[in-house]
Design a protein around this ligand. Structure first.
Ligand SMILES: [Zn+2]
Length: 168
């Protein structure tokens, strides 16, 4: 090839462009699909593991079931002897996508001695794992009122909800 050979230079450029566009379409997906199953970002899960199950609901459906007001959840809370439930709506931070709400409720205590109930203030934060389509983490931090040493501790509970397949 010579520098003056404009026709071959032109075709060469064309083949370069087509190679680039081939790579672009073949190797770089235009939409990022989550790698299934999605892993939660925790290095470890501290404390006692309460539950580790696969449920036949999407991550979005699971959020609605566990973290928004619905009949099933209200019955479940009744069974836990939670009452006077007051909850703010989820407040989403625009930049990070993080959501937060505060739930206040009273829980009956099955103790012979001491107070018969405690008032619990629970701050709940929900953050996406890459995106809400992949999953999310909800951290509940609860403080109790009316029980001995209530000021000295809080109870933290973390929910890691991740996409396992297209249907779970
Ligand atoms: Zn986790």
């Amino acid at each position: 090839m010579t520098a003056s050979d404009t026709s071959s230079e032109g075709s060469n450029e064309n083949s370069y462009t087509s190679t680039v566009s081939n790579i672009a379409t073949a190797e770089w997906p235009t939409t990022i699909e989550p790698v299934i199953p999605v892993e939660c970002p925790c290095r470890e899960h501290k404390g006692r593991k309460l539950l580790d199950i696969e449920i036949p609901l999407s991550v979005e459906q699971t959020f609605k079931l566990l973290f928004t007001d619905n009949e099933w959840l209200n019955k479940f809370k009744e069974s836990l002897k939670h009452s006077e439930n007051k909850c703010t709506s989820w407040n989403e931070e625009e930049n990070t996508g993080k959501k937060e709400r505060v739930s206040i409720y009273t829980m009956e205590l099955d103790k012979t001695f001491g107070p018969k109930s405690t008032k619990i203030t629970e701050t709940q934060t929900c953050s996406p794992i890459t995106s809400y389509n992949d999953g999310y983490m909800v951290i509940k931090e609860a403080t109790n009122e009316g029980i001995p040493y209530a000021d000295s501790f809080s109870v933290e509970c973390i929910y890691c909800v991740t996409k396992v397949s297209e249907t779970k």
